[in-house]
Design a protein around this ligand. Structure first.
Ligand code: ADP
Ligand code: ZN
Length: 734
C-alpha cells in the first residue's frame, strides 16, 4: 500500500478534482497541458473564482463533455500520496465529515505550491551591541537570542519584538542584526540518531528494546507506554524515534499543550543535536509553510506538534508518539470533531507505522484495547534516580473549621509554611480560572449571566472584567445590580485561582506567589517564560489550574495541595471518575520529581469516596477494573459506542422541532439496535445566541453506527439557520 504508484493523466483526459470548497462531491475537469498525476495539487476554476483542489481520480462524465473546463495550473508541490487519500476518506467516514473539510485540514500551508523564491531574512549579526541600547532594540535582540537558530522576515521580527520595522533596520545598520537573501524554505538540519544518549536503567532498556523491535519490524502496531510520572517515558520514546530515523523514516510526536513544546524541543536538541520541525498554532506562517513543504519532500525527519500535525504530508512515516495520550485536548471540539489519538492509530495503520501512546494515567479506551489484545503494553514502574512517588494523603474538610470565603485549611497551610522555611516550592491546585465563578447580588439574589449564553459570568479581577467562559465575551464589573439596581451589593461567590492568590498572600505575607492559568498569558511565549522562571525556583507558591498538571518539570516542588478534590466528581459525565483519577494523579505527580521526596494533600469532604480512595492508595489496576466493569454493565464507551447530535439555531422553536422530527424517525438506528435519547436542551442551552438541543445515540460496540446515523439525519430537512453536528465518541456532553 505505502509504495503504490500514482496514476498519470494525459492532457485533456477527464479527471475528477476534489476542492476545499463546501460542495458535496468532486467535480470534473480536463487535465492541463502536459497532463498531471493523480494526487496533484491544482488550481481550478469554480464559477468566477480560482480554488485549490487535488486530482482525485478519473472524471465521472455522463453529460455534455464540451462544457468541462481545464485545470488552470498544477501547483509546485509533491502530489498527495494514496496513503493520505485513504486516510482522509477513512477519517471522513469515521467522523461523518464532508471530504472538503478533511482536505482543508490536509492543506493548511500558506502559499502551498508557490514557486521557490528568495526572501530577505533577518538574524543575529556579528556585532554584539549597538552604540546605544534602547528598550525597543533590546526586545529585538532578545527575540533573536531566544530563537537562536531561526531567522525571520522583517515583519515577523518586528511583530514578535513588538517594535516598528525601523528599529530592526537601525540594528542592521549597526551590524547587530544581519540582513540577507535566502531561499524561502530551507530543509531542517539533520537529526543524529547516533548522538550519544543517556545510560538507560534496566527497566528503561527493556522498554526501549521492545519499541525498537516494533519500529524495525516495518509494520503497523500500537503500544501503550505506561509509566509513572518521571519514570523516563520521554527518554524511552525518544529512543524509538531514534530507531525510526535510523531506518530513514519520519517520526511525529504529538503533545497536548503547545506550552510544553519548548521544553521538549530542548530535549530533542540534547538527544539528536538539532531541533525538529514544529507544527501548531503558535508557529509563524513562514515556518508553517516550510514545515509542510519539507515534510512532503522528506526533508523534515521529525515533527513535534499539536493534533493537526497528523494531516501533514509525510513521505515515509514510521512512528507517531502521542504523549499524555489520556489528555482530553486531543479531542478537537469544533470544526471537524476528531480525536487525534484515534486518528493517529488510523493514520499509522495505513502507513505501516508504529504508534506509541505514552501516559502515566492512560485512558480507559487504551486500557481496554490492551486487554483486548489490540495494543501492546510496555511499563515503567519506578521514577528515575533518587526520585520516589509522592506520598498522598487526604485532608478531611469536615474536621477543619474554615471560615466562609477561605479555602486553605490549617493543615494545608502548615504544610506550605514548612516548605517555605525549607526553601522548597508548593503548588496549590484549583481547576477554576478567574477570581470567582459566580457574582451574586446580595440584595435580590440575581446572578450575573452572559447576554449570549446560558452561563454565569466569571469575575476576572486582574482584568477588572466579567468573562463568559463559553463565548469569551467580557464586560466591566457593573457598579449596580443589573436586576434590582442596588448599589455595592454584588459579591463574589466561590473561589477561582485569583481569589485563592489573595488568600495565600494574606496567609503567607512575604512569600513569592505565581499564578499559572491559561487566561493570564497573552502568548505562549509569556507562559513559557513564566514556567521557566518557576522551574528555576522563582516562586515559593504556585497557584495553578489544569495547565500545571501537564508534564512540566519543577525540580524544587515538593508539596502539592489540591484545594477541592471533589470538584470533578460532581456532574453526570460518564468519565467523571476517570478524569478525576487522572487529573489528581497527574497533579500529585508534579511533586518530588528530583531528589527530595514529595507529598500531595487532597482537601476533600468525602475521603471515603471510592475514587478518592483509589487516588490515595494508587491501586490503579483495582480502580480501572472497577471502572471497566461499571462501563461494561452500562454499555458505554469503551464497551459500547456513542454519538452526540447537537442542533443549534438562533430560533428556539426550530431546534426543538428538528430534534423531535429526528426522534420520531429512528428507523435506521433501530435497525442496528441503537437507542436514542432526547431531544433535550443541552446543559449549556444557549451559546453565542444560538439555542442548543442534544440527542444521544447509544449502540453496541460492533454496530455500524456511522452509516445508520447518516441515513437517519438525511431524512430530516434542516432550516437554513440550523446547524447539525454529529460527534462520534463524544468527550464533552455540554
Ligand atoms: P516522564 O516522561 O515519564 O515523565 P522523563 O523522561 O521526563 O519522564 O524523565 C524524568 C526525568 O528523569 C528527566 O529529567 C529525565 O531527563 C531524567 N531521566 C530519565 N531517565 C534517565 C536516564 N536513564 N538517565 C538520565 N536521566 C534520566
Ligand atoms: Zn457567553
Amino acid at each position: 500500500m505505502a509504495g503504490a504508484m500514482l496514476r498519470h493523466f494525459n492532457e485533456d483526459d477527464l479527471i475528477s478534482v476534489l476542492t476545499t470548497q463546501p460542495l458535496d462531491r468532486a467535480l470534473d475537469y480536463r487535465a492541463p497541458e502536459g497532463g498531471c498525476f493523480e494526487g496533484a495539487f491544482v488550481e481550478v476554476p469554480l464559477g468566477p473564482r480560482r480554488v485549490l483542489g487535488v486530482v482525485w481520480g478519473e472524471g465521472e462524465g455522463g453529460y455534455d463533455l464540451s462544457k468541462v473546463r481545464p485545470v488552470l495550473r498544477v501547483l509546485d508541490a509533491v502530489p498527495m500520496r494514496q496513503e493520505m487519500n485513504l486516510f482522509l476518506r477513512r477519517a471522513a467516514e469515521y467522523t461523518l465529515t464532508p471530504m472538503p473539510a478533511m482536505l482543508r485540514l490536509a492543506t493548511r500551508s500558506p502559499g502551498l505550491g508557490d514557486p521557490t523564491s528568495m526572501r530577505v531574512i533577518y538574524r543575529r549579526g556579528s556585532v554584539d551591541a549597538p552604540d546605544r541600547w534602547t528598550d525597543a532594540r533590546r526586545k529585538v535582540v532578545d527575540v533573536l537570542d531566544e530563537f537562536g537558530g531561526l531567522s525571520f522576515t522583517l515583519k515577523e521580527l518586528a511583530e514578535m519584538a513588538g517594535v516598528s520595522s525601523g528599529v530592526v533596520k537601525g540594528l542592521v545598520t549597526q551590524g547587530v542584526v544581519a540582513e540577507e537573501a535566502s531561499p524561502r524554505d530551507l530543509p531542517y538540519p539533520r537529526l543524529d540518531p547516533g548522538k550519544s544518549s543517556v545510560d538507560l536503567t534496566d527497566e528503561q532498556s527493556v522498554a526501549v528494546q521492545a519499541l525498537r523491535e516494533r519500529v524495525l519490524s516495518g509494520g503497523y502496531g500500537t503500544t501503550l507506554l505506561k509509566g509513572v510520572t518521571g519514570s523516563g517515558k520521554t527518554e524511552v520514546y525518544l529512543e524509538a524515534v531514534a530507531a525510526c530515523l535510523d531506518e530513514g523514516r519520519q517520526a511525529l510526536v504529538l503533545l497536548p499543550e503547545i506550552a510544553l513544546t519548548s521544553e521538549f524541543l530542548n530535549r530533542v536538541e540534547d538527544r539528536f543535536g538539532a531541533r525538529p520541525a514544529e507544527w501548531h498554532s503558535g508557529v509563524t506562517m513562514t515556518e508553517r509553510r516550510r514545515a509542510w513543504k519539507m515534510v512532503s519532500e522528506g526533508a523534515a525527519s521529525l515533527v513535534v506538534g499539536a493534533r493537526s500535525a497528523l494531516f501533514l504530508p509525510f513521505q515515509k512515516l514510521g512512528l507517531i508518539v502521542v504523549d499524555e495520550e489520556h489528555d482530553t485536548s486531543y479531542k478537537q471540539e469544533d470544526g471537524v470533531l476528531y480525536n487525534a489519538r484515534d486518528m493517529a492509530v488510523l493514520r499509522a495503520s495505513l502507513a505501516d507505522a508504529q504508534v506509541v501512546l505514552a501516559s502515566a494515567t492512560p485512558s480507559l479506551e487504551s486500557w481496554a484495547n490492551v486487554e483486548a489484545g489490540k495494543y501492546h503494553r510496555v511499563e515503567l514502574t519506578s521514577r528515575f534516580g533518587a526520585a520516589v512517588m509522592p506520598e498522598m494523603r487526604a485532608i478531611d474538610m469536615r474536621a477543619e473549621t474554615l471560615p466562609a470565603s477561605r479555602w486553605v485549611s490549617d493543615t494545608l497551610a502548615a504544610a506550605v509554611r514548612r516548605r517555605i522555611e525549607d526553601g522548597e516550592q508548593s503548588l496549590l491546585f484549583l481547576n477554576r480560572r478567574g477570581y470567582a465563578p459566580v457574582t451574586i447580588c446580595r440584595a435580590c439574589g440575581h446572578q450575573v449571566g452572559c447576554d449570549h449564553c446560558d452561563a454565569r459570568m466569571v469575575e476576572h479581577r486582574f482584568q477588572k472584567r466579567l468573562m463568559c467562559h463559553q463565548c469569551g465575551e467580557t464586560k466591566p464589573l457593573p457598579a449596580v445590580c443589573p436586576s434590582c439596581e442596588a448599589e455595592d451589593r454584588l459579591a463574589p461567590v466561590g473561589p477561582g485561582v485569583e481569589r485563592l492568590a489573595e488568600e495565600v498572600s494574606a496567609l503567607f505575607p512575604g512569600a513569592n506567589t505565581a499564578i499559572l492559568s491559561s487566561d493570564l498569558f497573552g502568548s505562549a511565549r509569556a507562559l513559557k517564560a513564566q514556567i521557566e522562571d518557576i522551574a528555576a525556583g522563582g516562586a515559593d507558591i504556585i497557584i495553578g489550574t489544569q495547565i500545571v498538571a501537564k508534564g512540566h518539570n519543577f525540580p524544587h516542588l515538593t508539596l502539592v495541595g489540591v484545594i477541592d478534590a471533589d470538584l470533578g466528581l460532581q456532574g453526570s459525565d460518564l468519565r467523571a471518575a476517570e478524569r478525576t483519577f487522572q487529573l489528581m494523579r497527574q497533579v500529585a505527580g508534579r511533586a518530588g520529581r528530583a531528589d527530595k521526596p514529595g507529598t500531595a494533600l487532597l482537601q476533600t469532604f468525602q475521603p471515603e469516596h471510592p475514587v478518592i480512595r483509589a487516588i490515595l492508595s494508587g491501586e490503579e489496576e483495582a480502580f480501572w477494573t472497577a471502572e471497566a466493569s461499571e462501563r461494561k454493565t452500562a454499555g458505554v464507551p469503551p464497551y459500547g459506542r456513542m454519538a452526540g447530535i447537537v442542533l443549534s439555531s438562533p430560533d428556539v422553536q426550530d431546534v426543538f422541532d428538528v430534534g423531535k422530527a429526528l426522534a420520531a424517525r429512528t428507523g435506521p438506528l433501530r435497525q442496528i439496535g441503537a437507542e436514542v435519547f432526547g431531544p433535550a436542551a443541552a446543559p449549556i442551552a444557549r451559546v453565542r445566541g444560538r439555542h442548543r438541543v442534544r440527542l444521544l445515540v447509544k449502540a453496541a460496540k460492533t454496530a455500524p453506527l456511522q452509516q445508520a446515523i447518516a441515513s437517519w439525519v438525511a431524512q430530516v430537512k434542516l432550516p437554513a439557520n440550523l446547524r447539525l453536528s454529529v460527534d462520534i465518541d463524544p468527550q464533552s456532553f455540554l
